[in-house]
Write a protein that binds this ligand. Structure first.
Ligand code: NAD
Length: 233
């Protein structure tokens, strides 16, 4: 069965995606050829994006974060737009994403479970005041609240726990889906990657440029670009 036929036969699609969904919007992923992990830094990105590094090297964290993690001019691509369209048509239950860039919402998706948080929410650790990504991008050095507290992006750093409500919502959606479409993820970041195991519906489809550990379990695997594949449906 083709992807188009699976989508046509399904009424409760859930999309599970990762950084590869946004590469066609110009945001590099982590593990591809041109991903952030292949670029040379004095300190590896996994270390910089850890909770421990955030608190011990806050200035260096923000230098990297502003440079690499705040692509505020990026626009949704055909994949983001198609998913928002399916939600409007009542075919798609939810998007579950490991991305932190907010592009699904920018494309119009409403029910989005952001497993790793979002660069668009930033909170003062002392008083709880909220700041936008634009405010963080516009500043220099370590962002401080008007109360003097340190501002932290609501992004799940390595070593931090995922938000419980988000986990519950994502798992509920995946277990209610009749089709799970997995795309643009190496499925190597846990616990997020394990959530696909809650799927018990009819069609498990995967679109990813490179092979993943899930390929052997899928009803359909396309080693293609996700924006191109969804754009032509
Ligand atoms: P990853 O970098 O580990 O893997 C990305 C996968 O996407 C690769 O297997 C690659 O082959 C595939 N891919 C790249 N471009 C594609 C395209 N156009 N079409 C289809 N497949 C494509 O990403 P991951 O599995 O999401 O895990 C990395 C972590 O990095 C996540 O936790 C995420 O939070 C974070 N991250 C997020 C962003 C973002 O918000 N845009 C960007 C980089 C990293």
């Amino acid at each position: 069965m083709t992807l188009k036929e699976m989508v046509e036969k399904s009424e409760r699609i859930v999309f599970f995606g990762g950084a590869g969904v946004s590469t066609e919007s110009g945001i590099p992923d982590f593990r591809s050829e041109d991903g952030l992990y292949r670029q040379k830094y004095d300190v590896p990105p996994e270390t910089i994006l850890s909770s421990e590094y955030f608190y011990s090297h806050t200035e260096e964290f923000y230098r990297f974060y502003r440079d690499k993690m705040l692509p505020l001019s990026a626009e949704p691509n055909a994949a983001h737009r198609k998913l928002a369209e399916w939600e409007r048509e009542g075919k798609l239950l939810a998007v579950v994403t490991q991305n932190i860039d907010g592009l699904h919402q920018k494309a119009g998706s409403k029910r989005v479970y952001e497993l790793h948080g979002s660069v668009h929410r930033n909170t003062c650790l002392r008083c709880g005041k909220k700041y936008s990504a634009e405010e963080i991008a516009a500043g220099v050095g370590v962002p401080r609240c008007s109360c003097g507290g340190l501002i932290k992006p609501d992004v799940v750093l390595y070593g931090e726990m995922l938000d419980e409500g988000t986990i519950r919502g994502a798992i509920r959606a995946i277990s209610q889906a009749d089709m799970l479409l997995v795309a643009g993820t190496s499925l190597t970041v846990y616990p997020a990657a394990g959530f696909v195991n809650y799927f018990k519906g009819n069609y498990l489809a995967l679109i990813n440029r490179d092979p993943t550990p899930l390929d052997g379990n899928c009803d359909l695997v396309l080693h293609e670009k996700v924006g191109e594949a969804l754009g032509k449906l």
